[in-house]
Ligand binder design. Structure first.
Ligand SMILES: Nc1ncnc2c1ncn2[C@@H]1O[C@H](COP(=O)(O)OP(=O)(O)O)[C@@H](O)[C@H]1O
Ligand SMILES: [Mg+2]
Length: 272
């Protein structure tokens, strides 16, 4: 059964032409790393890019972007936040608003409301793309994003092994239920290039990303090797990671040109 996007729940989003969610079914597969790497590569392709960390309970973009604690976004008119600028991206994250030592102990309705606010009460400036780093799983926050935000499409991150693929499928199905296209799959931690023997080792199985991409008729955007320090943001800007992200960014931009801009979101209203 489809769960169409509801008009009453719609999040109003201005200053953003395309919103792309980077998601998976579970944590630790590299969503945040891929979201940042992709955002930086898209910027290098000439797009104006923003990055929203939608992981309300475990935001990680603050430290990945090098925004140190205590740097808070300015408020514009007592209502909207000015996005933080980091590495040439317009950014927003719960980590800019809370201290690293303050765990979020909100119940789901408060967390979803926080996400809606981060999305709609940030003064995004003329963005071609807003990349949303999604939290793990398919719970309330993910549903809020999928159902009420004008998402152009999703990029699914998976590791090559079977268990991660099962979770990735769940992530994909959630977007499909609300008719959000899968724009591509990124296989992360594909291989480890051993610095001493020079050989590539498939530590977590092989071919998973390709399989998933084929299953959902979506392009395999990138196969990212294990690269020590990749999570530190700037490492994504050179070497093997940069090449992969550049390719992913090009393919993504091409796919997006085929997707109607969603700022007039497809809202289906059902009588039930
Ligand atoms: N290709 C990679 N090579 C090396 N480390 C990686 C790679 N991808 C992710 N990591 C590391 O794995 C951990 C989890 O990645 P993260 O992007 O935070 O995952 P998620 O957002 O899915 O929870 C982080 O410490 C990150 O730096
Ligand atoms: Mg994350």
């Amino acid at each position: 059964m489809n769960a169409p996007r509801q008009a009453s729940q719609a999040v109003e989003l201005t200053g953003v032409r395309n919103l792309v969610a980077v998601a998976s079914g579970k944590g630790g597969v590299g969503k945040s790393t891929v979201a940042l790497g992709l955002a930086l590569a898209l910027k290098r392709e000439g797009a104006k890019v923003g990055l929203l960390d939608a992981d309300i309970y475990g935001p990680s973009q603050g430290s990945m972007l090098g925004v140190t604690e205590g740097h808070r976004p300015k408020t514009l008119d007592g209502r909207r936040f000015e996005p933080m600028q980091a590495l040439g991206l317009q950014c927003m994250s719960m980590s800019f608003l809370a201290s690293e030592r303050t765990p979020m102990v909100w119940r789901a309705p408060m967390a979803t409301s926080a996400l809606r606010q981060l999305l709609s009460q940030t003064a995004w400036h003329d963005l071609d793309l807003l990349i949303v780093d999604m939290p793990p799983g398919t719970g309330d926050i993910q549903l809020t994003m999928a159902q009420s935000a004008p998402v152009s499409g999703a990029v699914i991150v998976t590791t090559p092994q079977d268990l991660a693929l099962i979770d990735a499928r769940k992530g994909i199905e959630m977007f499909r239920k609300v008719e959000i296209p899968v724009l591509g799959v990124v296989e992360n931690m594909s291989v480890f290039a051993c610095p001493s023997c020079g050989k590539e080792h498939s530590l977590f199985g092989e071919g998973g990303g390709q399989l998933l991409a084929a299953e959902y008729a979506a392009p395999l955007l990138a196969r990212l090797p294990l690269i020590p320090g990749l999570g530190e943001g700037l490492a994504a800007q050179d070497g093997a990671a940069a090449t992969q992200f550049a390719q992913a960014a090009k393919t993504l931009l091409a796919s997006l040109s085929g997707v109607a801009s969603t700022l007039a979101p497809t809202i289906t209203i059902q009588d039930d």
